[in-house]
Write a protein that binds this ligand. Structure first.
Ligand code: IVH
Length: 711
C-alpha cells in the first residue's frame, strides 16, 4: 500500500456522520482532487478509470459533506465546476469597514464588569447616565448590503471579515432585503449589516424535502442558511426561504442618528426588518433582566438565537470606546450556556494533528445536542481522560457551545456497565508507528499534557507541514517549491520526505508523466525548479539542522548546534550517543551554553527515532551536503560579547547583521539587560535604547557597526 492511500483511508472509509469536524477539511480536499482527476479523465481524455457508480459515490459523499458543513465548501469544490472547466465562482467584495466579531461573556459577572469597564473608560461621574441597548444575538450568518442612493447595489458574506463573497443575486431573493429603501433623505452610500437566518419551520420543511429527494438533511438552521446563501444558482436560493434582521452598518456617507436605538428605528422606516425584542437599559441589572426574559422566550421565537448583544447606545461614546483587537469595546455578546446531553462512549480513536499532537477523540452513540446530532467529541489529551475517569462503555455528558467541537464534561459513574474498559493511551503514533512522547516543560517542570509523535519527517499526518518547513525561507529556501506545490507533490506521491526533493529531477527523467506537463507547470518553470533544488544541494549546516524541524530547534538553536558540532556527521554521531543518559555525549550537549534539558531531550528523541535517521541517510544518498559554518573570529572586538540590534537597519537586514555578529564571535540577544555589552541602534529605536542608556550600555550607530563588521 502506498503512503498516500494510507493517509486517506482513515477518513475516506468513515461514513460522513462519523467524521470528526477537524477531519472534514482534509476529506473535502481529497474528494475535490479525486473528482477533478476523474472529471479530467472522463471529459478530456475519454479514459475513465472508475465506474460511473463509483464516481457517483464520490460525488454523493462530497455533496453530503458540503451540505453538512457549508462553511467548509472549498473554492475548488466539484460543485463550483461544470464538467472539467471551472465555473465562475463568487466574486470577492472587500469590506471597507471590516466586519468584526464581538467579545463574549457567559456569567452575570461578565455583564457587570462590562458595565463598569465602560463607565471607567468614559470616566462617567456618579449620576451621569449610561444607556446600553440589548437585543437577541441571531444564530445565522452575517451579511453586508450596500445601498447607493437607496438602491441595493451589492451584497456580501462576512468571509474573513476583510473580504467576503459577492452573493448579491442570492440576497435579492430574500423578502426582508428591500431592493429600494423607503424615505426621502437617503444617504448616498449606506452598508446595512445584519444576520441572514432560517426559521425553524422553514428549516424543517427544507430538510423534509431534502430527505424526500434522497439528499442528506442539514445539521441545523444556521448551516442550512449558509448553504442556501452560498448557492451558485440564485434559483435554488430563492426556493429556500431565508430571512434577514438588520442590526449594524459598515461604510456610511451619512449616519442618520446619534444613538444605536435611533439607527434601529431608522432601519425600520427604511423598510428593513429589525428584531422586535429590543430594549434601552440604564443599568447592568436591567441588561440581565432582559437577558433572562429572552432566555425564557427563546424556545418560542421560531428561530435560533445564541445569546443577547449589548451595545452602548450613544454613537459618539462608541467612537470613543473604540476596539480591542477584533471586537468593539462598546459591545458584548452575552452567550447562553452550552447545551448538554447524555450518551454512551463507544470508543476512543487517536487523531494525529499537523504538528504531531495525538488527540483522543470520543466516538459516541449519536445524540442530539441543542438540535445537532453529535457522534464525536474531543477528549483533549490523556490527562483529560484520566481526570474524567472515563472508560469505554460509560455513559457521559456531552456539551456543545456554539461552533466549538463538542466535548465530554462528565461521566455518570452510576451507569457504568460491568464490562466498561479503561483506555490505554498509545505511546506509538497510529499514523506512522514512531514513538510518541510527552515533554517536560522547562519553566514549570510539568509534563506536557500533549503527547507528540517524534516521526515528524515521515509521519503522513505531519509530512506536508514538515516538508513545507524544510523548504521554507530560513531552511532550504527552495524557490518555486511553496506550500501548494509541496502539498500537490505529496498527494501524488512524488515527494513524501525531504530526500525525495533531491531525486525529483532524476525520477522525472524516467517518468512518463513529466513535471512540465503537469497542471500549472511548463518547460521553464520545471527547469527553474530543478535548478533551484540543485542550488541547495550544498547548504549551510545551521539551515540544514533548522530544516529538520526538530522540536525546540529554531534558527538560533540550529546555529548554536552547528557551531558546537562543526560537521553534520559529527553532530548526528554525538546525538545518537547522547541517547544514553549518563553518556559523555549527553554531558557535552548539556554543557553547551543555551542547551537545557528540554532541548537535549528533543534532540535525543529525534535522533533515536529510526525513521528520522533514515531521512538523514536518504538526504546524504541524494547528494545533499551540509557546509560547516565559517570559523568564528576570536580577535574581533565583539568576540564573546552580547549584542542587541534595535530600530530599523538600513544597510543590512536584521538577519544578516545577526549572522555577521555571530560570525564575529558575539552572542545576539533580543532584549537589553545587564548582560548586554553593546547596542546597535538604527532609526526608530525606542525602549531598548532608553534601557541601554539607563544601564549605561555602549550604543553605536549602524554606520559604526558597519565599520566594525568590515573588520
Ligand atoms: S453587532 C462590530 N448584533 O454575532 C460587531 N451582531 O459574534 C457588529 N450577531 O459577526 C455585530 N446577532 O454575525 C451584532 N444583534 C446582533 C447580532 C450579531 C448576531 C452576530 C454577527 C457577528 C457575530 C459576532
Amino acid at each position: 500500500m502506498t503512503r498516500k492511500s494510507e493517509r486517506i483511508s482513515a477518513s475516506a472509509l468513515k461514513p460522513v456522520e462519523q467524521l470528526a469536524i477537524d477531519e472534514v477539511p482534509g476529506e473535502l480536499e481529497r474528494l475535490a482532487k479525486e473528482i477533478a482527476h476523474h472529471d479530467e479523465l472522463y471529459h478530456r481524455k475519454d479514459a475513465p478509470e472508475i465506474s460511473d457508480a463509483d464516481y457517483d459515490a464520490l460525488r454523493r459523499r462530497n455533496d453530503a459533506l458540503e451540505q453538512r458543513y457549508p462553511e467548509l465548501v472549498r473554492e475548488d469544490s466539484p460543485n463550483k465546476r461544470v464538467g472539467a472547466a471551472p465555473a465562475e465562482a463568487f466574486g470577492k467584495v472587500v469590506h471597507k469597514v471590516p466586519m468584526l466579531s464581538l467579545s463574549n461573556g457567559f456569567e452575570d459577572s461578565d455583564v457587570t464588569e462590562f458595565w463598569n469597564r465602560i463607565r471607567r473608560f468614559l470616566n462617567l461621574k456618579e449620576g451621569e447616565e449610561l444607556a446600553v441597548t440589548a437585543e437577541p444575538k441571531i444564530d445565522g450568518l452575517s451579511a453586508s448590503l450596500r445601498y447607493e442612493k437607496g438602491k441595493f447595489i451589492v451584497g456580501a458574506t462576512r468571509g474573513d471579515g476583510r473580504e467576503g463573497e459577492n452573493v448579491t443575486e442570492n440576497l435579492k431573493t430574500i423578502d426582508d432585503v428591500p431592493a429600494v429603501l423607503k424615505g426621502k433623505h437617503l444617504p448616498d452610500v449606506f452598508e446595512m449589516r445584519g444576520e441572514v437566518y432560517m426559521s425553524h419551520k422553514d428549516f424543517e420543511a427544507l430538510n423534509a424535502r431534502q430527505v424526500k429527494d434522497g439528499k442528506p438533511p442539514f445539521a441545523n438552521p444556521r448551516n442550512a442558511a449558509a448553504g442556501s446563501l452560498r448557492q451558485l444558482d440564485p434559483k435554488i436560493t430563492a426556493s429556500r426561504p431565508l430571512r434577514f434582521f438588520a442590526y449594524a452598518w459598515g461604510e456610511a456617507s451619512e449616519v442618520p442618528s446619534d444613538t444605536h436605538s435611533g439607527m434601529i428605528e431608522t432601519f425600520r422606516h427604511w423598510g428593513f426588518t429589525v428584531n422586535p425584542f429590543f430594549r434601552v437599559c440604564t443599568s447592568a441589572e436591567e441588561l440581565l433582566a432582559f437577558y433572562h426574559e429572552i432566555e425564557e422566550t427563546r424556545a418560542n421565537l421560531g428561530y435560533d438565537i445564541d445569546g443577547v448583544v449589548y451595545k452602548v447606545n450613544r454613537l459618539d461614546w462608541q467612537q470613543r470606546l473604540g476596539f480591542v483587537s477584533r471586537s468593539p469595546r462598546w459591545a458584548l455578546a452575552h452567550k447562553f450556556p452550552a447545551e448538554q446531553a447524555m450518551t454512551v462512549l463507544e470508543g476512543i480513536d487517536i487523531q494525529v494533528g499537523r504538528t504531531g499532537a495525538l488527540t483522543p477523540v470520543a466516538r459516541l452513540k449519536p445524540v442530539t445536542v441543542g438540535g445537532v446530532v453529535v457522534s464525536n467529541a474531543t477528549l483533549h489529551n490523556e490527562d483529560e481522560i484520566e481526570r474524567l475517569g472515563v472508560r469505554i462503555g460509560d455513559t457521559v455528558v456531552v456539551q456543545r457551545a456554539g461552533d466549538v467541537i463538542p466535548q465530554i464534561v462528565q461521566v455518570i459513574e452510576d451507569k457504568r456497565p460491568k464490562n466498561a474498559r479503561r483506555f490505554k493511551f498509545p505511546d506509538i503514533c497510529p499514523a506512522c508507528g514512531s514513538h510518541a512522547v510527552r515533554e517536560t516543560n522547562e519553566k514549570t517542570g510539568k509534563v506536557d499534557a500533549v503527547r507528540r509523535c517524534t516521526g515528524g519527517l515521515i509521519c503522513p499526518a505531519q509530512a506536508v507541514e514538515r516538508l513545507r518547513h524544510f523548504v521554507s525561507r530560513n531552511a532550504f529556501d527552495i524557490e518555486g517549491l511553496g506550500e501548494k506545490q509541496i502539498a500537490a507533490f505529496y498527494d501524488d506521491g512524488l515527494i513524501l520526505q525531504p530526500g525525495d526533493i533531491f531525486t525529483l529531477e532524476e525520477r522525472d527523467k524516467r517518468s512518463l508523466k513529466k513535471l512540465k506537463d503537469r497542471e500549472g507547470w511548463g518547460e521553464t518553470s520545471a527547469r527553474n525548479l530543478f535548478a533551484a533544488i540543485d542550488a541547495r544541494r550544498e547548504i549551510d549546516l545551521d539551515r540544514f539542522i533548522f530544516g529538520l524541524g526538530i522540536r525546540h530547534v529554531g534558527e538560533t538553536n540550529a546555529r548554536l548546534l552547528a557551531r558546537s558540532y562543526g560537521t553534520l556527521d559529527h553532530f548526528v554521531e554525538e546525538m545518537e550517543k547522547a541517547a544514553k543518559e549518563d553518556s559523555e555525549a549527553r554531558r557535552e550537549l548539556l554543557a553547551i551554553d543555551g542547551v537545557g534539558d528540554v532541548l537535549a531531550e528533543a534532540l535525543v528523541d529525534f535522533f533515536s527515532e529510526k525513521h528520522n535517521r533514515e531521512v538523514l541517510a536518504t538526504l546524504k544518498k541524494a547528494g545533499v551536503k551540509a557546509i560547516p559554518l565559517p570559523a568564528q573570529e576570536t580577535s574581533s572586538p565583539i568576540a564573546g560579547k552580547t549584542v542587541v540590534f534595535t530600530g530599523s537597519l538600513e544597510r543590512m537586514t536584521r538577519s544578516e547583521a545577526k549572522a555577521r555578529a555571530e560570525q564575529m564571535g558575539a552572542k545576539v540577544a533580543g532584549s537589553v539587560s545587564a548582560k548586554t555589552d553593546l547596542v546597535v541602534a538604527g532609526p526608530g529605536a525606542g525602549s531598548k535604547l532608553a534601557k541601554a542608556a539607563e544601564l549605561g550600555v555602549a550604543v553605536i550607530t549602524e554606520d559604526e557597526w558597519m565599520e566594525m563588521a568590515a573588520g
